[in-house]
Unconditional design. Structure first.
Length: 176
């Protein structure tokens, strides 16, 4: 089996395949060529890279985040939260350029003049004037394991009625 190489900013290896990985001193193979280069060590990229390596391919796995595996919150996923800034990037997403449509988002995040965050459609209803709209909070994992580390590896699937509603809107019959 060829080795799975991890390239990390911290030059630390924290992988289930750690025993089979090369040392940080030899992150590149002899020819600096790989059968596959996988970006992101989350559930998709990490699984793909592992399966490719187990199948005998040489794989370079690139993770933009740091190695936070020494933090107990990344080892016990239920303990992790979005405040773990070493393991999460805090993004705010703008879903629409239409101002009226943007005002309808119940999960809009605002920064108050005190520096605290407020979530809702309009902070002035609670007496918060001069708040800055940031967008919808969209944290992403910034560590080995990707976003699964900060969302406790939870998966929430939509109900059948949600898929049916979507299918009616698209009308192509493939969403059922």
């Amino acid at each position: 089996m060829k080795l799975l190489h991890l390239l990390l900013p911290s030059i630390a290896l924290a992988s289930p395949l750690h025993a089979r990985c090369s040392s940080p001193q030899s992150l590149a193979n002899e020819t600096n060529t790989y059968d596959y280069i996988v970006t992101g060590s989350g559930p998709g990229g990490g699984t793909l890279a592992t399966n490719l390596a187990r199948a005998g391919y040489s794989v370079l796995l690139i993770e933009a985040g740091d190695d936070e595996s020494a933090d107990i919150r990344t080892q016990i996923l239920a303990l992790n939260d979005f405040s773990n800034e070493g393991a999460a990037w805090h993004f705010f997403v703008k879903h629409s350029d239409d101002e009226e449509r943007a005002k309808r988002y119940n999960l809009m995040v605002w920064r108050l003049t005190s520096g605290e965050y407020w979530v809702g459609r309009d902070p002035t209803v609670d007496g918060h004037q001069n708040a800055t709209r940031l967008g919808v909070f969209y944290p992403r994992g910034a560590t080995l394991g990707g976003s699964a580390v900060i969302n406790a590896a939870a998966t929430f699937l939509p109900s059948d009625s949600d898929w049916d509603y979507f299918d009616k809107g698209v009308g192509d019959g493939i969403w059922r």
